[in-house]
Design a binder for this molecule. Structure first.
Ligand code: DX5
Length: 218
């Protein structure tokens, strides 16, 4: 049994078939569902439609989180709070004033998460670890699912783990991008608490529930 939570990223799911795979995610007791929100500016992709988040919110009790890969993430806070998003994660590279964005998210009643893209040094989010509920390490370049995991993320995870444990902080470490059975093991060993998987779950030959169970059973 892997000691990590599993988050299913719907970026590469067939959104028109949600009535098939949402019950599968619930049956497999996935811990979270992650929605990649993109503006085709911060990343060259349009991601998951915002209103799809609202649709699924009304259909499940699962923990839903949104990962903003957008410029000016502060402009998205109210709409996600209004859709009862539990955790709103923004890219540190996109926030002019990260602390202000964190407070905006928390004042709107959501947990705040801060993400660091593949090429950004993990130290960039160190000043905010005592303010956020979660730190997200990208295993790939933000923008697309189905990419190969970049092993430089492992050092970022262990550096975060040392910093968080060393200072007794309550910040979860989440990893997103290129997660499969092999990289999941390595990320947990390095200190990750939550694994985000899209392609592994939604393109798994045995189906969504089997994929989640396989990851959890590592
Ligand atoms: C990149 C996305 C992906 C997605 C999961 O911007 O954030 O990381 O969620 O992708 P895969 O398919 O690699 O699990």
């Amino acid at each position: 049994m892997i000691m990590a939570q599993i988050a299913a990223s719907v970026l590469n799911a067939d959104l028109s078939r949600w009535e098939e795979w949402l019950p599968e995610l619930e049956k497999a007791r996935v811990d979270r569902v992650q929605f990649d929100i993109m503006d085709n500016k911060f990343v060259p992709n349009t991601g998951v439609p915002k209103n799809f988040f609202g649709k699924l919110r009304s259909r499940t009790k699962l923990f839903l989180e949104a990962h903003l890969m957008v410029q000016k993430p502060e402009n998205y806070v109210k709409q996600f709070a209004d859709m009862d998003c539990k955790l709103l994660i923004f890219q540190v590279e996109a926030a002019a004033k990260p602390l202000k964005t964190i407070h905006l998210i928390e004042d709107a009643g959501m947990q705040a998460g801060i993400a660091v893209d593949r090429k950004t040094p993990v130290e960039k989010i160190f000043p905010h670890l005592d303010e956020v509920s979660l730190a997200l390490v990208m295993g790939v370049d933000a923008g697309f699912g189905g990419q190969k995991f970049n092993h430089s993320a492992l050092e970022k995870i262990s550096d975060l783990r040392k910093k968080i444990d060393g200072e007794g902080l309550q910040c979860e470490i989440e990893v997103d991008g290129g997660i499969n059975l092999e990289t999941a093991r390595k990320c947990v060993k390095a200190g990750a608490d939550v694994l985000v998987a899209g392609t592994f779950i939604f393109k798994h030959p045995k189906g969504v529930a089997a994929a989640v169970r396989e990851l959890r059973g590592l």
